[in-house]
Each structure stands twice: as C-alpha cells, then as structure tokens.
Design a protein around this ligand. Structure first.
Ligand code: ATP
Ligand code: MG
Length: 410
C-alpha cells in the first residue's frame, strides 16, 4: 500500500472503468475522505473477459494516472471489482470441533477454510467464501456464532469462484501497469451490499445489477445470501439490435436507445413520428419511427427480464420476494424500465441507491451506478481488514464522495 491509509477501488466494466481513491485518518477513525471518483472509457472488456490485453492496460493506466493526478496520491494497489460470466457459486459445508469452550474467530476461520477445501474446482480460483448460516452444536440458522459456547461448529457457505485463466489475465494486466491487486470482489456482491438495507435483506429481496454485457443477480433472505448468478447478457445487446434493425452505426443506435426509446407505456408519444438519423450524426441517412424503435427496444428489454425471471425460478423465488427487486447499474436511468420490470418479474421494483441515502439527496453519487462504491468499502472492511472493529460511518463516506463530486462536476 502506498500509504497505510489510502485505499483505491476500481470497477472494471464493459463500458466504463470507475476508480475511487479514499483515505481514512487512523485505524479506528470514522473520518473517511474520498479523494477521487473517476469514470473513464473501457474498450477491451466484455462479460468480464479481456478482449485486447494492450488496449485494456492502456485504459487502466489512463484511469489510474488520472486518479493519481487528481487525488495527489500514488496508487500502488487496488481492490478490484467486476462482473464476469465465468463467476460461479457452489454451496459447501464445513465442520470442526471448537478448540476451547467458546467459538473464537480462529474457529470461524477454520470452519470456513474447511468449507473452502470441501469443493474441488479444477481450473477455477476461489474469490470469496460467504457463510450462509452456521450450525452451533445442533442449533441451525446462526448468523454470527462468535463467543457462543459450543463443542461443534458447522457452516453452510457459498463459494464464489471464477475461471483461473480469465482471472490470471486480469491480474497480469494490473501487474503490468505496476499495480498490486489487494483483493477482488464480485461486482454483484459489492452492488448488493451497497444498496440493500438490513431490513430488505432480512425479508426476501433480489438485487439486479444491469451492466453493458452482464446482469448480476443476488437474492437475500434472513440477512444472508441465498442465491446468486451472472447472466452473460446486458443492455449493449439492445444497442446492437437497434444498429442491426435500423441499419445504422453503434453510436447512433446508442443515442436512439438512450434518448428516444420511449415504450408504449409512455403517454403522449406519437408512434408514427420519424426520427431522422442525420440529426444524431450528420453523415447518417434514413430515419426510424418511434413505433419501430420501441418494438426493437421492448422486445430485447423484455427478453432480458425473462432471463432474470428464469434465474429467480431457480431460486424458487419467481414472483415471490416480499421486498421485491432492487435495480442498479447505469441502464436503470431509463425510468420506464421499472414499469417493464414490474410487469415481467411480477414483483415490486425499485431503483437502488447507495445505503444511507438521506446523506446524499440530489447529488450525482445518489446514483445506482455507484452502488458498488459503498459495497466495495463494506467488503474491504469485512475481508481485507479482517472484520476488525473499524466502525465505518457511511454518512461520512457518502458526504465526502459528495464533496469530491461537487469538485469534479462542471
Ligand atoms: N440513460 C440510459 N438509458 C439506457 N441505457 C443506458 C443509459 N445510460 C447508459 N446506459 C447503458 O448502460 C450500460 C452500461 O451500464 P454500466 O456502466 O453499469 O455497465 P458496465 O459496468 O460497464 O458493464 P458490465 O458490468 O456488464 O461489465 C450500457 O449498455 C449503456 O448503453
Ligand atoms: Mg458493471
């Protein structure tokens, strides 16, 4: 670490690389300051895979250079976050005899290690072992067994893993730009931790992270992760469909998707009105009607939502989550997506904002695209900081993010 109190988190997405540099004054301090939140283009990643090593390194290098320049800190290591279609989760069980009269943190580490060793995952690297629940002697469903009197400790844990070569390439690229990887957090976990409240996690809830080429799904109940999955499809496929069917470029298609794709749901949209493509990019020819555009867009949006619904069926939670679906990611800027999602998922649907949202009102960070930021800090505290009694005060973090945003926005 460059300085003991500087942490850098990076979300490597298909469309954007988002970098956050933050500092904290001392081990137990609540005084967190976000020094830089940067967003740069990502041209060489799809579904969490590197398509072009040199291009990826150059994108990463420029986002880190910018972060160093703007934060005034040298970045030597990062906590990485990304979604990958190669993520997989299996459930495993660990059992140990408790070493003393009470369960210590070493016992918890040992039982989790046993769960980790209980799975044989050739050509895969384990990223995280997330306990679902503990069994203390014969009592099931214990969430935190520390200091409980017991003779036997068992755990049922979710083992997150990914393809070793894909991860190896990612680590190699980061090492080649002179940076160390401190820890890796699956983006779907970070986003869910960043937006779901304790209450939502107690009841059944699903967090859906809709990206450019991946969709991450995490289901929680009784405060613990019950199901997770990454679908290798995202909202870029909507852009590709528009480009294909309207016979236009990707840039025009992206513009049509973001600025013109009103669905049937919106009142007052004249379906026969033609959108001339040269109004978007001068050299383009032809036009597309609102009706045709909305047909292309809604077909693909609905299809992706049906895929999500099929995943929820696997968790036996199709249409049956009392706290509903919480959407995050850049694409949820399309407000009507909530209405389409309600119809297809048959659930209450809300846009997810980072927790403690009262501290954020009307600022750029009160934004579903930055869900992972807060989640990254929570996971860093839980895994890399050894779950020490560091008392993260999210009001502080979000306030300081807000200040940085005020500085960097025009
Ligand atoms: N206003 C908008 N309306 C609809 N879609 C949008 C809007 N703004 C961005 N998008 C879409 O959101 C997607 C990018 O989302 P995001 O930045 O969360 O993905 P990512 O993290 O880069 O990708 P991934 O997680 O899949 O690797 C793109 O498909 C983009 O076209
Ligand atoms: Mg993403």
């Amino acid at each position: 670490m460059a300085s003991e109190n500087i942490i850098t988190s990076i979300d490597i997405g298909t469309s954007k690389i988002r970098t956050l540099v933050w500092s904290f004054a001392s081990e137990k301090s609540r005084d967190f300051h976000v020094l830089w939140v940067g967003v740069s283009n990502s041209y060489a990643i799809r579904k969490g895979n590197i398509l072009d090593m040199e291009e990826f390194k150059s994108n990463l290098d420029s986002s880190l250079e910018e972060a160093e320049k703007m934060s005034g800190e040298q970045v030597t290591g990062v906590n990485l976050s990304f979604n990958s279609s190669s993520f997989d989760v299996v459930t495993s069980k660990g059992i140990i005899a408790v070493s003393g009269d009470e369960i210590s943190s070493e016992d918890i580490d040992r039982v989790l290690e046993m769960a980790r060793n209980g799975v044989d995952l050739p050509n895969r690297e384990i990223l995280k072992v997330v306990p679902e629940y503990f069994i203390v002697d014969l009592e099931e469903g214990v969430k935190n067994p520390i200091w409980m009197s017991a003779r036997k400790l068992e755990v049922i844990a979710n083992i997150f893993s990914m393809n070793k070569n894909i991860l190896g390439n990612m680590k190699k690229a980061v090492a080649d730009v002179g940076i160390e990887v401190y820890d890796i957090y699956p983006n779907l976990l970070a986003s869910a931790e960043g937006v779901l409240t304790k209450r939502q996690k107690e009841l059944w809830v699903v967090c859906i992270d809709i990206g450019a080429s991946t969709t991450g799904i995490t289901v929680y109940e009784e405060g613990v992760l019950k199901f997770s999955s990454v679908i290798p499809i995202g909202w870029d496929s909507v852009t590709n469909d528009i480009a294909l069917w309207a016979r236009t470029s990707i840039d025009v298609a992206e513009n049509l998707k973001i600025n013109h794709s009103a669905l049937w749901l919106e009142e007052g949209v004249d379906k026969e009105v033609e959108i001339p493509l040269n109004e978007i990019i001068q050299s383009e020819e032809g036009s597309i009607t609102n009706l045709y555009l909305s047909q292309i867009v809604s077909a693909r949006y609905e299809e992706i939502l049906y895929f999500i619904s099929a995943e929820l069926k696997k968790a036996w939670r199709d249409g049956m989550l009392p706290e509903g679906a919480i959407l995050v990611g850049w694409a949820v800027k399309q407000q009507w997506l909530v209405e389409v999602a309600k119809k297809i998922l048959r659930l209450p649907v809300f846009i997810g904002l980072p927790v403690e949202k009262e501290a954020l009102s009307e600022t750029s960070i009160s934004d579903p695209v930055f869900a992972w930021v807060v989640g990254n800090l929570i996971l860093w505290n839980r895994y890399s900081y050894g779950g020490s009694p560091l008392n993260i005060n999210f009001g502080w973090i979000l306030e300081s993010i807000k200040k940085v945003f005020k500085k960097i926005l025009p």
